[in-house]
Write a protein that binds this ligand. Structure first.
Ligand SMILES: Cc1cc2nc3c(=O)[nH]c(=O)nc-3n(C[C@H](O)[C@H](O)[C@H](O)COP(=O)(O)O)c2cc1C
Ligand code: SF4
Ligand code: FES
Length: 566
């Protein structure tokens, strides 16, 4: 057909003439060639697998400081995903900055100031206000953030990826001037030192001629229970996972987001290979095809240590390349809930799944999955190396075993303390050097905000699994925060509910709306207690996961034990 002639009919502006209202581009946001090339270069020859979406969002955010609409569009193209899918994942996680067309990009530097309980007690609000006053907002932005797992050095902030302990404005200004924005990796026990100390002998022997059921028996005999908070007997869980047909996976929960908890970081920054050997023993026991390690983005030094040490294991031939798949979280407490973590490992939003089926049956990629907390696996290695006696010969107050308490708040020497599982709050305060100068013991959080607050009068109960349920609480991850006569329990409870409000995934109404409503009600001088009680019942009864079910605990316990404050 000659140029300029019309197809089908002679009317102007109809098909093929190109002069009428015809569409020149596909519908929707257009693909920007430059952004596409940048994304292709960043991804290189990495596989375009859907489950790697969050890893690739990190690559772009790290390189460009934010996620522009053009880059998200390009990533969707490259991954063969819809823009909506990429966008919904990117906007779910606090550490991704999505910037649409016409919006301002964030400044080059970000400071995240922790405002969870221990940091708030140490003056986080005043610190944040002073930083906002003292720094140029066009160069540095100051954001509030949840617990960074460094509660023993509160107040804490993160400048870029550099954590500043006992933070002050002056320390921040000095760090900015010195360009100190990267994670500092502490000294830790290397692979060579670990092997020289007998490390990996247990794994080697088991792989050569071990009987997984004998190991399971040892784990059961030790009394080891899940140290992520739920306390499920670890040996039993192996049996459930192993009872389902393969292929199976193992997933390590390194999310450690429960405010006040820093034991996993403590161990990983000291003995990473002990944890890795425990993980490989558990993986051997359930015949896992791949070990995923889901590590929170708030622990950049740990991410660096693990990346290095996994490479060492690959080079030493302990594992095949790719057998351990290290995944980086992106700032979402709910991804510590095991099914939400699995969603995140699959590259999706961290939204908890309904149960049943349990993850031991239907986990990662719908395959049976063994999920363990970091510390649980550390104990697996110790039990295999030292025998079940390492745990089951310690007895105190009728309780057997050991517990790693993360202790912070108004104590003289905050830190992680490995104590008998039968320890009371007085034993724990004692281990932490007693109360801080000028503070009188008034109350405590026994196991993260999900556990609420108990008064100092309850001081003879062992802080262990099963012992606190009659008091309407539980030990959880053993994150103990001590409050003093200088603190109000109601303020601590409000801090906890603000955390849950921020971190609720929003999937169920009782949790999403309930946390928000509770925060509003708890700000009143006098609490509307009947209404709060009603709200607590609805949240506990009708929420899908542990976040919404346990969020009322601080409210209920303050109304029960600190009536004069509310
Ligand atoms: C809201 C919520 C947050 C959780 N956060 C963590 C976490 O940060 N780390 C963890 O190991 N377990 C966490 N858990 C518990 C996990 O769901 C799961 O029970 C645990 O990882 C299993 O490992 P374990 O048996 O070794 O404890 C959380 C649970 C809930 C409901
Ligand atoms: S209880 Fe809260 S965090 Fe858990 S699934 Fe429901 S909305 Fe999400
Ligand atoms: S680091 Fe601030 S409360 Fe844990």
């Amino acid at each position: 057909m000659a140029e300029g002639t019309k197809a089908l009919d002679n009317r102007d502006g109809v098909w093929k003439s190109g002069k009428g209202k015809g569409r020149h581009t596909p519908k929707g946001r257009q693909l920007d060639d430059a952004a596409w090339t940048e994304v292709q270069t960043l991804l290189g020859d990495r596989p375009r697998r859907r489950d790697l979406l969050i890893e690739y969002l990190h690559l772009i955010q790290d390189a460009h400081g934010c996620l522009s609409a053009a880059h998200l569009r390009a990533l969707a193209e490259e991954m063969r995903l819809s823009q909506a899918e990429v966008y919904e994942v990117a906007t779910f996680y606090a550490h991704f900055d999505v910037v649409k067309e016409g919006e301002a990009v964030p400044p080059a530097l970000t400071i995240r100031v922790c405002d969870s309980l221990s940091c708030e007690l140490a003056g986080a609000q005043q610190l944040k206000a002073a930083l906002e006053d003292g720094l140029d907002a066009s160069e540095v932005r100051v954001l509030r953030a949840p617990c960074m797992g460094r509660c023993d050095t509160a107040p804490v902030l993160e400048l870029g990826h550099h954590h500043i302990d006992h933070a002050t404005v002056e320390k921040v200004q000095n760090a900015i001037a010195a360009g100190e924005t990267h994670a500092h990796v502490p000294d830790y026990q290397t692979y060579a030192a670990y092997v020289a100390d007998g490390g990996y002998q247990a794994l080697t022997d088991l792989r050569a001629n071990g009987d997984w059921e004998a190991v399971q028996e040892k784990i059961l005999a030790s009394g080891l229970r899940g140290l992520g908070g739920a306390g499920f007997p670890s040996g039993k869980k192996w049996g459930f996972v192993r009872g389902n047909a393969g292929p199976r996976y193992l997933a390590v929960n390194g999310d450690e987001g429960e405010p006040g908890t820093f034991k996993d970081r403590y161990y990983l920054e000291r003995t990473p290979q002990l944890f890795l050997e425990g993980m490989l023993i558990a993986a051997w026991a359930v015949e896992a095809d791949v070990c995923f390690i889901y590590m929170r983005d708030e622990y950049p030094a740990v991410l660096e240590i693990l990346a290095r040490e996994i490479k060492v294991l690959e080079d030493a031939g302990v594992v095949a390349k790719g057998y351990i798949d290290l995944r980086r979280g992106a700032g979402a407490y709910i991804c510590g809930e095991e099914s939400a973590m699995i969603e995140s490992i699959e590259g999706k939003r961290g939204i908890p799944r309904h149960r049943p089926p349990f993850v031991a049956q239907v986990g990662i990629f719908n395959r049976p999955t063994l999920v363990h907390n970091v510390e649980t696996l550390l104990w697996v290695a110790r039990i295999c190396r030292e025998g079940p006696e390492v745990l089951n010969t310690t007895e105190k107050n009728g309780r057997i075993g050991l517990r790693s308490y993360s202790v912070s708040g108004r104590v003289a020497k905050p830190g992680v303390f490995l104590l008998p599982a039968g320890s009371t709050i007085l034993d724990i305060i004692d281990a932490a050097g007693g109360m801080a100068d000028g503070h009188v013991f008034k109350a405590y959080q026994p196991g993260g905000p999900s556990s609420g607050i108990l008064p100092a009068t309850i001081d003879d109960v062992p802080l262990d699994f099963d012992t606190l349920q009659p008091l309407g609480t539980f030990i959880g991850s053993a994150a103990v925060v001590v409050l003093s006569d200088k603190d109000r329990a109601r303020d601590a409870a409000l801090n906890m509910l603000r955390f849950f409000e921020d971190e609720s995934c929003g999937q169920c109404t009782p949790c999403r709306v309930g946390c928000e409503k509770a925060v509003k009600l708890m700000q009143a001088d006098k609490w509307d207690q009947p209404l709060l009680e009603e709200l607590c019942v609805a949240m506990a009864d009708a929420s899908i996961c542990g976040l919404g079910q346990a969020a009322p605990n601080p409210i209920k316990l303050v109304m029960q034990h600190f009536k004069d404050e509310v």
